[in-house]
Ligand binder design. Structure first.
Ligand code: 6GU
Length: 277
């Protein structure tokens, strides 16, 4: 997979040399190319932004440097045989970045990222490249960053670990918390390793029992407990057809009811958490 990143802060992308992504590069699974947007400015101040048409606060990134930088990065890639680029535009107003989207992007041969600062990039840049390639405007969560570079690191790490031969074990991401079809999209429960006792904290007996059925059941119960506490929305969305009788029992203990009166969704609803009157 080829990656291009155009940014005014190339040094912000240094972490792409480290750890999993760095290893994928060293192994030749990833070809990463970082470009300084200011190389495509021709004025004394290397200007990349200007005031917004229509007024308002902040600055908008200009069309010409982005157009010239992207044309150059694309020409470089095509020249060395890359094909089928997709443009990834990190923005808080994009579609949510999910594991499903990470899988989709990991199947493409070439991703070109345009992390922006200020109030974003002049719309015409995305409109122009959308005539030639898929454009994904992507947000990594409901908060506002000062720029898209950190989002590029997040997206790149999520995508790189899915590439064949990057994670040691091909099975490793089958039960990722958000893997498509993962145990009804439950969060993973707690994990333990040696020593068996640390500062007075033991580990749950069942994990030492050697009873694989009981261990699997315990892990699933813990996953439901953690999901109830941290992401009740995932339980509300879960398809009851993916649950067995023991799952339903556990959900009931955790306060969930199937299909209460007045609803016919076939999904789970939580009984009031407040003091019962
Ligand atoms: Cl992709 N960019 C910025 N600037 N803020 C964000 C974001 C992206 N995703 C969430 N917040």
């Amino acid at each position: 997979m080829r990656l291009d990143v155009v940014t005014i802060f190339p040094e912000y992308l240094e972490p792409l040399n480290v750890s999993l992504v760095g290893k994928a590069r060293a192994r030749g699974r990833l070809d990463v190319n970082v470009h300084d947007l200011r190389s495509w400015t021709y004025d004394r101040h290397n200007t990349v932004d200007d005031t917004p048409y229509g007024g308002g606060p902040g600055m908008v990134m200009k069309t010409e440097p982005w157009g010239d930088a992207l044309d150059s990065a694309l020409a470089d890639g095509y020249e060395v045989g890359a094909h089928s680029p997709a443009l990834i535009v990190p923005t808080p107003s994009g579609r949510p970045f999910t594991q499903e989207l990470a899988v989709e992007l990991s199947e493409r041969p070439w991703l070109v990222f345009t992390p922006a600062r200020y109030e974003g990039i002049d719309r015409r840049v995305m409109d122009e490249y959308a005539t030639r390639m898929p454009v994904y405007e992507v947000s990594i969560g409901d908060y506002v960053l000062a720029g898209g570079e950190a989002a590029v690191l997040v997206i790149t790490e999520a995508v790189a670990r899915l590439l064949p031969g990057v994670l040691g074990n091909a099975e490793s991401h089958r039960d990722d918390s958000f893997a498509p079809g993962a145990m009804a999209n439950l969060l993973e429960g707690p994990v333990y390793t040696k020593p068996p006792e640390w500062r007075g904290h033991g580990i749950p007996d069942v994990l030492l029992s050697g009873h694989h059925g009981k261990i699997a059941r315990w892990r699933r119960d813990e996953a439901m407990r953690r999901t109830t506490a941290n992401r009740p929305d995932l339980i509300e969305r879960c398809d009851p057809a993916t649950l067995d009788k023991k799952d339903r029992e556990m959900l009931s203990i955790l306060g969930w009811s199937p299909d209460p009166e007045g609803h016919s969704s076939g999904r789970f609803w939580r009984r009031s958490e407040g003091v019962e009157q």
